[in-house]
Structures are given as C-alpha cells and as structure tokens.
Design a protein around this ligand. Sequence first.
Ligand SMILES: Cc1cc2nc3c(=O)[nH]c(=O)nc-3n(C[C@H](O)[C@H](O)[C@H](O)COP(=O)(O)OP(=O)(O)OC[C@H]3O[C@@H](n4cnc5c(N)ncnc54)[C@H](O)[C@@H]3O)c2cc1C
Length: 437
Amino acid sequence: MSAEHHTVIIVGGGPAGLPLAVVLGGWHPFFRNSRMFAARYAPLAGYLQQFDRTLLGLDMRHLVQSGIKPVDLFRTLHHPRQLFEELDQVAMDFRCGEPLDALLISREPVGGLWNRAPQNLLTLSPGQWMEFAFYPLAQHAAEIGHSLDVNALILKTDLIEYYHRVPERFGVAERIRTFEEVERIEPHVRGFQLTSRHVQTGTEQRYTCKYLVLATGQRGRLRSLGVEGEDWPFVTSHYDKPADFPGERVMVVGGGRSGDWAATELHDAGKQVYYAMRQGPAVHWRLIGYSRHGLPYYQRMAAILESRSPRLNTLYHTHVTQIAEDGRVGLQTPEGDQVVEVDHVIKEIGGTADYSILQGLAPLTLTPMRDNYRFQVDQVQIHAHNYESIDVPNLYIGGYLAAGIGLVVIAMHGTTYAIAGDILQKEGRLSPSPSLV
Ligand SMILES: Cc1cc2nc3c(=O)[nH]c(=O)nc-3n(C[C@H](O)[C@H](O)[C@H](O)COP(=O)(O)OP(=O)(O)OC[C@H]3O[C@@H](n4cnc5c(N)ncnc54)[C@H](O)[C@@H]3O)c2cc1C
C-alpha cells in the first residue's frame, strides 16, 4: 500500500489539535497593541511592539530562559483580562499567509470530546475561555446571528457548533480527515509512518510525515469496568440526555464530574438512580463542595443529596462485580454483596491518554498529573519552548498531554503557537527573530 506524505500530521481534532490545522494552514498571529494589553502589560507591549513579523518567529527558547512560558505569553495576548469586553482586546491580529502542508486526522468530527458530551451540559469555564484567539466566540456569535453571553458558562451545543464551524470559516476543511482512527505510528525514513482505519468503512490508509503532533486528549481510550456482562446493549459509556433511557431504574457508575452530571439530570427527569462509585463520601463531597458555588449543576446535586431524595441512592466504596442479561447488577459494598435490578447501566468512568499507538519509537517519559479539578493524565515530558518530546525528535505534544502546561482552563489550546512556530522555523519558513527579552 502506498503512503500519502505530508510535512505535518496532527492526530486528534479536539480543542488542542484543531487550532494547529488553522495556524499551520497559514493564519499567523501578529502583535496588536490593544488598549487593554497596553494598560496591563506595558513592558511586554513595549518589547513586542518592536517585532513587526509574525509572533511565531519569536525566539521561544530565549523566552523560556527569561522565565516566560509560550503558553502563558499567548494566553496573556489572547486574554489580557479574564472578562471579555470587546473584540479589540485580543492583542493579536491574524493574517492569512502561505499554508504549510499539514493534515489533521481524527476519529470524531472536530471539537474532540465535546462531540460526545451530554446535550445539556454546560462548560466548566466561561464560554470565551474555550475559544481560539483567531476566532473570538463573540465574533462567531455575531456572524451566525446568535445571542450568546460569552462570559457565562455556555451549552455544549453552542460550543460544538463553534468548533464545527472553524474548518470552513478558515479554509482548512480540505486538510482535515475525520472518522479515521490512527492505529499505529511507527518510525519511517521520512519521519513517521501512520496506519489509520476509517471507523465506518474499515478502510485502511497509510501516511508518512516529517513532523507529528499528538493531540489525542486525555480520553484516547475509554476505561472499562473489566467485569462480565459489560457488553450487554443496555450498558453504555455514552450519556447524552434522559430521553435516551426509557424505563425507571438507571445505574450510573462513576463519581467524577460526568457521573455527577448524569446522576443529577436523570434524577430530575424522574428516574430512580443508583449511583455507584469506588470512592468514599469524603472524596465525593470534596468535589461537590469545591464546585457547588460556581457550577449550577453542583448546587443541584448538593441539594438533592442534602434532601436525602430516595430517588438518588449513592453507593460509596462500591465495585460492580457482574452485569447479568436481565439487568441485575452485582455489587460489592462495605455492607456486603448486593444485587440491584436496573434498566440501564451508564459507565462514566473516564478514560486514559493512549500512547500505545506509538510503536517502535523511543519510549516517552511520562509524568503523572493530578489536581483538584479531577484532572488526571500521564503527561509527556517535552522541551518547554516548543512542546517537542524530549525522547522523540519532531514528535510534538498538543494540549493537556504536554507536561508543564499546568491546568490551562483558560486558552487550553496554548501549545498551538510554540509548536507551529518551531515547525515553521525548522522548515525555514520564518527567519529567527532577534531576541526581544
Ligand atoms: C465532560 C467534560 C467537560 C469538560 N469541561 C471543560 C471546561 O469547561 N473547560 C476546560 O478547559 N476543559 C474542560 N474539559 C477538559 C477537556 O479535556 C477539554 O475541554 C478539551 O476537550 C481537551 O482537548 P483535547 O483536544 O486535548 O482533547 P479531546 O477533546 O479529547 O480531543 C482529542 C480528539 O482526538 C481523537 N483521537 C484520540 N485518539 C485518536 C486516534 N488514535 N486516532 C484518531 N483520533 C484520535 C479523539 O477522538 C478526540 O476527537 C472537560 C472535559 C470533560 C470530559
């Protein structure tokens, strides 16, 4: 089978991979001294003003040595303050130039895990924190004639509509292949060889590339319970809305944010919910306590639990041991073994970053990252100035999979500019800048 070659291949079309397709597609940032940026970051504005070429040409290595991470610089340029007031506050102007030959491959439509998030889910952060700097959410809303408070939490449906619009809006739709799962990434004389399979037709495809960006997200592979009966049709790991679950009795297995959302919404739709989780009440209530003042659905969950609603039966320190065809679920609880009969089982047990698709390459150095937001992922050690793996040259790590980017709930596509700049500089498309800091 002959392989299709591209200079860059991005694997994963979520909020981390999608903006790279646009920036490598030719949309480069230039400094624009916005009123708000100048007022808040005058010394930085003074330095950047000397630079009339694209910011992708900045000497990121020198920036890091001076104590400025690329992710922080571009976040500050994008959000000189956390509240959105006007389009002109973004201290970057994006101009369309020559594209680099880059292809994005993803097994879902663009927008990543947001495609499968529940229909009524609200974002955890203000809508505009989820936007790309080259396309403020307020601009998108104005263009489609939609009234949206971009400083509020927004609905998943509004967010995914925004992401879906990006490829056409920025002329990169031809460089994106969706519903293709990359099964293997191996070394090749031209750099990397990828083998993918179309998720609907099963057709296999081969690619080669010089640079590879891995942006497959924290849920590359969904976790399984590892128990008998997990494959019955009434067991699912996809929760969208209550109407998808006819009948009265639903078991939600989880205990994180996704499980909390499903359990709360199903309870309020009149279902009898059994909510089984491995953790104890102290750990669960830490998340609820932490979130109930900012997130409306956590206020609701706390109210349901505090009212001791008989329709939300929380089963702490509980393991599912078996699921029978007739809907009986075996549970191991601190009070002994129990059996609960239900119409549906919803698994909200998360996923893990999947590095197993990288084969025959040097092993990646991984660092576990855990935080109070229930953010759990083994991140890849990278060079701080370009997010290139320290182990595999020309392998770049996009989004939360890159170690050291911290929790970037604001501007989570923060790895975009340093990766794009590094590749363009290596390709001789940008001359290195004089050091500005
Ligand atoms: C329910 C939920 C709510 C969240 N809310 C917020 C929030 O409000 N604010 C916030 O900042 N973050 C939030 N997050 C964190 C979330 O991780 C980010 O919002 C964001 O989606 C991460 O972007 P990503 O591109 O790294 O990964 P993803 O969105 O997971 O995208 C990765 C894409 O790569 C694809 N892919 C994976 N493996 C392969 C393969 N082998 N071949 C081809 N394609 C592949 C996946 O199918 C997916 O489409 C939330 C997460 C969840 C689960």
